[in-house]
Design a binder for this molecule. Structure first.
Ligand code: CO
Length: 134
């Protein structure tokens, strides 16, 4: 079901400062910025091997990432696995009693289908399942 680590999401207060760090200081390949309205975040993507680093900056105080930053500060926000079919995977997990945040996929960055698993069911780590748009 899980094919590879798609990306690691990191919550930051200031996207531009962190782009400088990752791109200019650490020399990571910068793929661009995208605003994901549904999740109220601005996202910067970096390529690292076959995986990516996704920096998340909230665009609104009621963004889930704003709440994360307020309670826990900057840091690792979620781990994302690539799957073939997010809805089929969510259905499978639901059937096994895994606690889900999303019972159905929604649209994420780069028009990928995404769905989140509750950290209570995954050792305290927020897990995203993602199947890229064709
Ligand atoms: Co993500």
């Amino acid at each position: 079901m899980l094919k590879k680590i798609s990306h690691i999401g990191i919550a930051v207060n200031n996207l531009d400062e962190n782009i400088q760090l990752y791109r200019d200081v650490m020399g990571m390949e910068f793929m661009g910025i995208e605003e994901v309205a549904e999740q109220k975040v601005r996202v910067a993507m970096f390529k690292i091997g076959e995986s990516r680093i996704e920096l998340l900056e909230p665009t609104s105080e009621d963004s889930p990432v704003a709440k994360f930053l307020a309670s826990r500060g900057e840091g690792m926000h979620h781990l994302c696995y690539e799957v073939d079919d997010v809805d089929a995977s969510l259905k499978h997990l639901d059937g096994k009693g895994v606690r889900l945040i999303d019972k159905q996929s929604r649209l994420g960055a780069e028009n990928a289908k995404v769905g989140f698993i509750h950290p209570k069911s995954t050792g305290g780590v927020l897990v995203e399942l993602n199947s890229p748009a064709d």
